[in-house]
Design a protein around this ligand. Structure first.
Ligand code: SUD
Ligand code: ADP
Length: 314
């Protein structure tokens, strides 16, 4: 007699995807347009701090659900306003698939920190659901859907280093050599991106100079040469003054980084995370230790860039 066969249900199909956070090596902001957006020229670099989204097939008719974990999970909505949820919904509408899926988001990027953590979740959710549902959406369509979710989302799909124009969503990959060492100092309290743009409008009285690609020639050359000293000198952020006027204490975080020999220090995007470029991994650890000792940031990360874009892990 053959032994009894134990039947166990196969686990539901899943797809796990990670997508990177970013720092704007250069962020040049033009005057606000009628649609409320600002024309940008920005050089984005993806860094090796990742968001991870797991999409698990749910029972037919059960719809979408979402959970979040990570140190700042309480700050993140778990309803239809979450960018990962919106991404899954948009892909389902685009492909005609029923969105019966459980999403789990593991946060590794500061929330509301100017590092595109929510955008990375949207990018990862698009790629994860496309894999789970086997919808095979072409890359260019995926980037169009990404742009509908937020200006930074296409870059989180693409990763590496790229120049963004338009709202920041039209991307051209940039040539870089080597690896750059970064330190990020995050705040417990985030800054709202629209509030920082609004303060920029106040400070410039709506009359910011038009932006062009020529202003970043030295920065692009530094990236091509893999020259961190030249890159540090070329870092630029037009939103920095606005972020500093909303959070003056960030000035001290920038000063401490410079006093500790950072090759450059800027507010990351709309802030309030501060990014410092270090000479080496050891130097990055020294800046991180100084920020921690001085209480200049609530949480500190050392990492490297450029990092790859949204990628399926399992
Ligand atoms: C400032 C930047 C720099 O990369 O990112 P963060 O530093 O916040 O991550 C981006 O421009 C943020 O991109 P993202 O967070 O995707 O913005 P969106 O969802 O598209 O827009 C949110 C709001 O930001 C403002 N906005 C965004 C992009 C843009 N080119 N002009 C704008 O004025 C608008 O007020 C808009 O309503
Ligand atoms: N998946 C998500 N992760 C984080 N924040 C999200 C997410 N979806 C929506 N949000 C909302 O977007 C805001 C900004 O998100 P985030 O992308 O972390 O910051 P930033 O735009 O500064 O890079 C948060 O305060 C939160 O309310």
């Amino acid at each position: 007699m053959s032994p009894p066969v134990r039947l166990t249900a196969a686990p539901p199909p899943t797809a796990r995807v990670r997508a990177p956070g970013k720092v704007n090596l250069s962020l040049r902001v033009g005057p606000v347009q009628d649609d409320g957006y600002h024309p940008l020229v920005s050089v984005f670099q993806a860094v090796a701090l990742y968001e991870e989204v797991t999409a698990t097939q749910a029972r037919p008719g059960s719809g979408l659900s979402l959970t979040v974990d990570g140190p700042q999970a309480v700050l993140v909505p778990t309803d239809e306003t979450n960018l990962a949820w919106r991404a899954a919904r948009l892909l389902a509408e685009h492909t005609g698939v029923e969105a019966d899926v459980a999403l789990h988001v593991r946060k590794g990027v500061p929330v509301a920190g100017g590092m595109a953590g929510g955008s990375a979740d949207a990018a990862a959710a698009l790629v994860a659901c496309d894999a789970l549902w086997e919808t095979g959406v072409p890359r260019s369509d995926l980037l169009d859907l990404a742009a509908r979710l937020g200006s930074d989302v296409p870059f989180c799909v693409l990763g590496h280093t790229a120049v963004g124009t338009g709202r920041g969503h039209l991307l051209t990959p940039a040539m870089t050599r080597g690896e750059f060492h970064w330190v990020f100092g995050a705040s417990e309290r985030g800054l709202s991106t629209p509030a920082v743009y609004a303060r920029f409008d106040e400070l410039t009285q709506g009359g910011a100079a038009p932006v062009g690609l020529d202003d970043d020639t030295a920065l692009m050359q530094a990236l091509r040469a893999g020259d961190p000293t030249a890159l540090g000198a070329a870092l630029h952020n037009d939103l920095q003054e606005a972020a500093l006027s909303l959070r003056p204490e960030l000035g001290r975080t920038l000063d401490i980084a410079r006093e500790t020999g950072a090759l450059g220090a800027i507010v990351s995007g709309s802030g309030p995370t501060v990014a410092a470029l270090a000479r080496s991994r050891q130097h990055a650890l020294a800046i991180a230790a100084t920020w921690t000792a001085e209480g200049a940031a609530d949480a500190v990360w050392t990492t490297t860039g450029p990092a790859g874009g949204a990628r399926q892990l399992t």
